[in-house]
Design a protein around this ligand. Structure first.
Ligand SMILES: Cc1cc2nc3c(=O)[nH]c(=O)nc-3n(C[C@H](O)[C@H](O)[C@H](O)COP(=O)(O)OP(=O)(O)OC[C@H]3O[C@@H](n4cnc5c(N)ncnc54)[C@H](O)[C@@H]3O)c2cc1C
Length: 476
C-alpha cells in the first residue's frame, strides 16, 4: 500500500520546489510533443526520454519516406526540446526488459510519472496460407530496410527475381512502398535512402506494382498528396478499372459533396495519369481479399496470389462492407508486401488491450479495468492505435500533456515513493548491465558523422544502420 507521505505529496510549478520527474518511453513525435507541451505548461519538470535505439525520432527517421524530406523538418522542433536543460535523452536503453535496459518497475521507482509513447512496431498479418514463404514481407520491414532501421538491415527481398510485386492494402504506407519500388534511381539517389537499399533497388527488376484493397475507391485510406505523387511518377503508367471507379464516384455524389478531402481524392483518381503506356506500371485494384500465396513445390519462392472477389454492401460511405462472392482469381507475382497496418506490442508492467492493440486510456491517462492508474500516461500510436500523421500525433500528445498538467494542478496521486532521482538513480543498474547510454550530445555526434558521409555522396545524410556503427562514432 502507498505510504501516507507519498499519497499526500504535491507538486508545484514553482522553480524552487522539487521538480516533477517524468520518464518518457519512446522518442518519436508523441514523446517529443508531450515533453514540449509539458515543459512549457509545467516549468518545474525534468524529462528523461528513453529509446531502445541510440538514435531518436522514431518513425520520422525510420518510417517517413526518403523522398519526403519536408516532413522530416519536425526534427528541428524536437532538437529545440532536446536543447532544454530540463530534458535528457537516454538512447540505447530498452524499457520492459533487464537485458539492455530497464523494467517498468525500475523506471517507476525513480520517477513521479511515466509516459509510454513507444509506438507500434509490429505489422498485422494477413493470416493466409504461405504467408511465411520468402518473398512475402511486411511493408513495415521494407520501409525499415530502406530507411536504415537496424532490425531490417539484412532483409533479403526477391527484387531481382521478378518484375511484378503486389502490395496488399491501400493506405499511405502502401503508396510509399509502391512509389519507392517504381521511382527512378536518380531521384532516390538525392534522398537520405540508405546506400545498400539504393544499390539493391538499382538492380531491381520490378516494373509492375499492383496495389490491392478489399473494398472500393471511396474506402481507400491513402490521401491526396500521396496519390498525386504516385500519378506523377515518370515513365509509369496507371492502370485501373476506370469504369468501376467512375460508377462508384457517380453513385456517391451525396457523400462527396459533404466531404471535401474525399472529393479531392476521387478527383485525382478519376483523372488518373496522362501516361497510358510505359515500361513500368502501377495499378489500383479493388474488391479483392487475399486468400492464399501461391508458391513453388518446395516453398522457397512465390509465384502468385489468389484472391476472393468481393462485392460491396451497406451504406455508400467509408463503413461500406466487402462481402465475398465465392469467385476466386489468381494473379502472378514474385513478391508480396502486406501493408494492412501496424500494431503495438505489450511491455511487462503496463495495462494493454490486446484486442485493440493499444494501452487503455482516458485522454492519455492509463486505465486498468476502467480505473485510472496513478502516474502512468500514454501518447501517440500506442495511445490511439497506429493511424494518423505527425500532426494528429502532435494533437494527441498535447492532449496527454494537458491531462498530466491537470492532474498536477489538482494534486492527483502520482507514482509512490519519495526522493526520486530520475536517470541518476538508475545509472548504477544500467552500468551493471553493461548498457551504453547515448546522450543527446552523443546523438548529435552520430548525426554529424551521418551528414559528413551524406555530403560525400551528394545526399542529405547517410544513416548508420547498425547499432555497433552508431556507437563506434562515439569511440572515434
Ligand atoms: C511508413 C510510414 C510513413 C509515414 N509517413 C508519414 C508522413 O509522410 N507524414 C506524416 O505526417 N506522418 C507519417 N507517418 C506517421 C507518423 O510517422 C506517426 O504519426 C508518428 O511517427 C507516430 O509517433 P509515435 O511517437 O507514436 O511513434 P513512433 O514514431 O513509432 O516512435 C516510437 C519510439 O519508441 C521507441 N521504442 C519502441 N519500443 C521501445 C521500448 N521498449 N523502449 C524504449 N523505446 C522504445 C522506438 O524506437 C521509437 O523511437 C508515417 C508512418 C509510417 C509507418
Amino acid at each position: 500500500m502507498a505510504s501516507l507521505k507519498s499519497l499526500s505529496r504535491k507538486f508545484t510549478s514553482a522553480a524552487s520546489a522539487t521538480p516533477f520527474r517524468l520518464a518518457v518511453v519512446g522518442s518519436g513525435p508523441a514523446g517529443f510533443y508531450t515533453s514540449h507541451r509539458l515543459l512549457k505548461e509545467w516549468p518545474n519538470t525534468q524529462v528523461d526520454m528513453y529509446d531502445s535505439l541510440p538514435v531518436p525520432h522514431g518513425l520520422v527517421r525510420f518510417g517517413v519516406a526518403p523522398d519526403h524530406p519536408e516532413v522530416k523538418n519536425v526534427m528541428t522542433t524536437f532538437d529545440k526540446v532536446a536543447e532544454d536543460s530540463r530534458f535528457h535523452f537516454l538512447g540505447n536503453v530498452t524499457i520492459g526488459k533487464t537485458e539492455g535496459g530497464l523494467t517498468v518497475e525500475e523506471l517507476k521507482s525513480q520517477y513521479d510519472a511515466v509516459l509510454f509513447s513507444y509506438g507500434a512496431s509490429e505489422d498485422r498479418k494477413l493470416g493466409i496460407p504461405n504467408e511465411d514463404v520468402w518473398g512475402v514481407e511486411a511493408a513495415s520491414a521494407f520501409v525499415g530496410w530502406y530507411n536504415g532501421l537496424p532490425a531490417y538491415r539484412d532483409l533479403a527481398l526477391p527484387l531481382e527475381d521478378t518484375d511484378t510485386a503486389v502490395v496488399i492494402g491501400q493506405g499511405n504506407v502502401a503508396l510509399d512502398v509502391a512509389r519507392i519500388l517504381l521511382s527512378p534511381i536518380d531521384v532516390l539517389r538525392k534522398t537520405d535512402i540508405t546506400e545498400y537499399a539504393l544499390e539493391a533497388l538499382s538492380k531491381s527488376r520490378i516494373k509492375h506494382v499492383h496495389v490491392v484493397g478489399r473494398r472500393g475507391p471511396l474506402q481507400a485510406a491513402f490521401t491526396s498528396k500521396e496519390l498525386r505523387e504516385q500519378m506523377a511518377l515518370p515513365n509509369v503508367a496507371f492502370k485501373a478499372d476506370h469504369e468501376f471507379i467512375k460508377n462508384e464516384i457517380t453513385e456517391s455524389q451525396a457523400i462527396l459533396s459533404k466531404n471535401r478531402p474525399l472529393k479531392r481524392l476521387m478527383g485525382i483518381l478519376e483523372k488518373g495519369s496522362p501516361i497510358q503506356n510505359a515500361e513500368k506500371s502501377w495499378s489500383l485494384e479493388f474488391l479483392k481479399s487475399p486468400k492464399e500465396i501461391l508458391t513453388n513445390q518446395d516453398r522457397t519462392a512465390i509465384h502468385g496470389i489468389e484472391y476472393e472477389l468481393n462485392r460491396l454492401e451497406g451504406p455508400l460511405d467509408q463503413a461500406r462492407k466487402a462481402v465475398g462472392t465465392g469467385i476466386f482469381k489468381r494473379q502472378e507475382c514474385g513478391m508480396v508486401l502486406r501493408s494492412i497496418g501496424y500494431k503495438s506490442v505489450p511491455i511487462k508492467g503496463i495495462p494493454f488491450d490486446a484486442r485493440q492493440g493499444r494501452v487503455p486510456n482516458r485522454f492519455g491517462k492509463v486505465l486498468e479495468s476502467e480505473t485510472e492508474v496513478p502516474g502512468l500516461y500514454t501518447a501517440g500510436w500506442l495511445k490511439r492505435g497506429p493511424t494518423g500523421v505527425i500532426v494528429s500525433t502532435m494533437q494527441d500528445a498535447y492532449e496527454t500533456a494537458d491531462t498530466i498538467v491537470d492532474d498536477l494542478k489538482n494534486g492527483k496521486q502520482m507514482l509512490d515513493g519519495a526522493n526520486k532521482e530520475g536517470a541518476a538513480g538508475l545509472e548504477p543498474l544500467l552500468k551493471e548491465r553493461g548498457v551504453r547510454v547515448v546522450s543527446f550530445d552523443d546523438w548529435k555526434k552520430i548525426e554529424a558523422a551521418e551528414f559528413a558521409a551524406g555530403a560525400k555522396l551528394g545526399k542529405p545524410r547517410e544513416k548508420f544502420s547498425r547499432v555497433k556503427d552508431m556507437l563506434a562514432v562515439l569511440d572515434s
